[in-house]
Design a binder for this molecule. Sequence first.
Ligand code: PMV
Length: 326
Amino acid sequence: MVKASAPGKCILFGEHAVVYGQPALACSINQRMTIELEREETFDTWRLDGRTFNPQKHPHIEYIRSQITTEDQDPLHIRIRGTIPKASGLGSSAALSVALCGALQQLRNDPLDQTQASAISHQAEASAQGGRASPLDTATSSFGGFVVLSDTIEDGLDFIETRAMDVDGKTFQWHLHTFEATIPEDVFLVVGNTGVHGSTSAMVEQVATLIREHPERKVELDTIGAIARRGIHALQEGNMEAVGQAMTENHIVLRSLGVSSPDLERLIRAAAPSSLGVKLTGAGGGGCMIALTRRPEETVGAIEMEGGRAFITHFNEPGLKIERLM
Ligand code: PMV
């Protein structure tokens, strides 16, 4: 039996504006997906958590299985465990794909390869979604720490790789970067979940309609890009007050673009007094918010008083890793 795990992610800066070429920063969180693989002795088909594996129901698993094959091709039993809430913008599906890549690499006795896991998981997510998918979730889950995605190679960051993908005869390109940050030990991130499912494609479409009807509002996306670059710089310097300030400013612009929701606003208002900065994270319209805080228990309590579910996470959570078997 082999076992690998990979983290979820949240977006610290730049959601929505990243669709228009601005930089976005994601970081790994301490909630993970774990995959256990075992040779299937009893049945002659692949199994998933005790049932016959259905490739139509799990196209991303099917894609990865076809890409990272084992020598003997014997059927396997896949067990999925995890603490990342589904469909909440925290990258649970990407983390599952990345962890599966790691477990299959281990089964082949290959060294753990985060770059390969990032690339194959990105392709898997794209093929499962029938076309375009940003590589931000899968790269953050593979490498861990901070990942910046942008249309241009950003100055002052460590370039990781350029990922390209052909969709309907058009080539899309993304540049991925990371950076070192000295985060004070007394600063935490609290993630608050509204429990309401926000649809990423609907929210992206809503912003597209707004920009189409009011082209002058594109300046707000440029503003988010400028805030993101400032926030990244503040993180590199370890100036957490400035990071928090940039997060709150980013949220104000997202709210003005219409992607917040009454539930998100309630949790954000509750978290603000105990935090350095607060914002929605991901597509919005529901889903999650994040707070940067030195008083994490107090922030969690305030979010839960308003009916949200919350957890505390650190920065620099590790990416794809092998789990030792008990
Ligand atoms: O739904 P999430 O949390 O993975 O975030 C989507 C981020 C957007 O910028 C809104 C869309 C995108 O493809 O980048």
